[in-house]
Design a protein around this ligand. Structure first.
Ligand SMILES: [Zn+2]
Length: 478
């Protein structure tokens, strides 16, 4: 999660709820410190107000057959502001806050309909929907965010700042509680905020199809043929209206490239890619270090957190506004610029510069972050802007501190695999325990010497990344 972007000339590049219900919904209800309830408590179904877990065994795992009982075939979009209050006088650290901005809904639910309360990965945070009466956990969605990353940067997070965040949830049939949990780099909950939501809330705005004559053109570039395909939306950033055909061409290229990699290739029928030619007033993308600011659809810019290559957008709500008339779960934003850079945020979005020579490998790399929750496998001898604690097992499936290696790829390597595995024995150990990953040269390990998550010149995901991606594909499409 902590991003350090290598220079462009590095071979190890990384692009890296109306009633009292609503009133309570608008209040920031609960802040907890690092001593907060464990994440395991939350996932196991203990509600934030301590209601005991239902004895109803069916809610141990919300299955597809229960979906229609618990949810409508509609999507609840919830917009939040993630931010911080001035630093706590005791801890000296900023106090995370979450504010509910608005709710909206659209017909149809594009997400998974099984294992709704059993996500595969922890993420740097989770949004959790619970039944306020039974305490049952109905839906859990892990995420990462720029906010989490900002929190880990003391020199920046000393000044309170706000970040937009949006989540898509299955529309509940009954009143629910929605909890946002934010974790620190030690995987401990550092904040949790709960509000109530009623599906009868008259202030939940319906999102209808855009009927305006100048609505951006939408093309389905690759229709999935499986029963519940994964819906990926591709948006245009920095393309003028006259450049829409360029955008569709670039988007098709991106889709072809992603689907040429395993395990996407073998599961191409499980993906639907839809492109939306969201027009920008100006062509190109803002480059702050050159004082070059452009009026673009999503206001993206390089130099996120003052890292030149880090391309993100502060306008996350606009991304979702542009997609209000199509089903989507994942967002790819193509940035019409030749400046090298990008960024991928797990279960949020990815942005990639298109007109640079490494567009093809980096679009796949960033999709590895935003879709698969994969970590960067590259590192350098220079200390990063932040480090993974070496006595905690990171949640990302393709890196390990060996603190809980059985939870990672121990099952697919020979018992006598040397630690660390020498890079010169990469042919003998296609999967091993190679030291150096996630920006750190020592104490953290990657599963293969080379991988798409490490090097732009290597044409495959390593076996561990392929397995992790396959698990995500199956989890999200079955
Ligand atoms: Zn890998």
């Amino acid at each position: 999660m902590c991003r350090t972007l290598p220079n462009a000339d590095s071979s190890l590049r990384r692009l890296t709820t109306l009633n009292i219900f609503l009133i309570s919904a608008l209040l920031l209800i609960n802040y907890i410190g690092a001593e907060a309830k464990s994440n395991a408590d939350i996932v196991s179904g203990k509600s934030s107000h301590g209601i005991a877990r239902s004895k109803n065994p069916i809610h141990d795992n919300v299955t597809s057959s229960e979906f229609a009982t618990l949810f409508r075939d509609s999507t609840l979009r919830v917009d939040y502001v993630f931010g911080s209050a001035p630093a706590d006088s005791v801890s000296g650290r900023p106090k995370p806050i979450v504010l509910l901005k608005s709710t909206s809904m659209r017909k149809g639910w594009a997400g998974r309909r099984h294992d709704l309360n059993r996500p595969l990965l922890q993420g740097h945070g989770r949004i959790i929907m619970t039944d306020p009466i039974s305490g049952d956990t109905l839906y859990v969605h892990p995420f990462s965010s720029l906010f989490n990353e900002w929190l880990s940067l003391p020199e920046l997070s000393a000044t309170p700042q706000a970040f937009q965040q949006t989540f898509l949830l299955p529309m509940p049939r009954s009143n629910v509680e929605i909890t946002i949990q934010i974790n620190d780099m030690r995987r401990r909950p550092i904040a949790r905020f709960t509000h109530r939501y009623s599906p009868d809330d008259i202030l939940t705005r319906p999102l209808n199809r855009q009927l305006a004559e100048d609505a951006p053109e939408v093309r389905i570039l690759h229709p999935g043929s499986s029963e519940n395909p994964i819906n990926v939306a591709i948006l245009a950033e920095g393309y003028s209206r006259e450049e829409s055909e360029h955008f569709f061409s670039d988007a098709s290229t991106a889709v072809e490239e992603i689907l040429s990699y395993e395990p996407f290739l073998s599961n191409f029928d499980r993906f639907t890619f839809t492109a939306v030619a969201s027009p920008s007033a100006e062509s190109g993308v803002s480059i702050p270090k050159e004082n070059d600011w452009r009026d673009t659809a999503f206001g993206s810019h390089f130099s996120t957190f003052y890292t030149d290559r880090y391309l993100t957008t502060p306008e996350v709500w606009r991304l979702h506004d542009a997609l209000s008339d199509i089903p989507y779960e994942h967002i790819i934003v193509l940035a019409n610029t030749d400046e090298y850079g990008g960024g991928g945020i797990f279960n949020s979005y990815m942005l990639i510069a298109v007109r640079q020579e490494d567009f093809l490998p980096t679009v796949v790399h960033e999709f590895g972050h935003s879709f698969g929750g994969l970590a960067d496998e590259y590192f350098s001898d220079k200390p990063g802007v932040c480090n993974y604690p070496l006595d905690v097992e990171p949640w990302e499936p393709n890196i390990t501190t060996l603190t809980d290696f059985p939870a990672k790829w121990q099952d697919i390597i020979p018992a006598d695999t040397p630690i660390p595995t020498p890079p010169e024995k990469a042919a003998e150990y296609p999967t091993g325990i190679y030291e150096g990953a996630a920006y750190q040269a020592t104490g953290i390990y990657r599963p293969a010497n080379e991988c798409r998550m490490r090097n732009n010149t290597y044409p495959d995901f390593c076996p561990t990344c392929r397995r992790a991606l396959l698990r995500q594909i199956l989890h999200q499409s079955e």
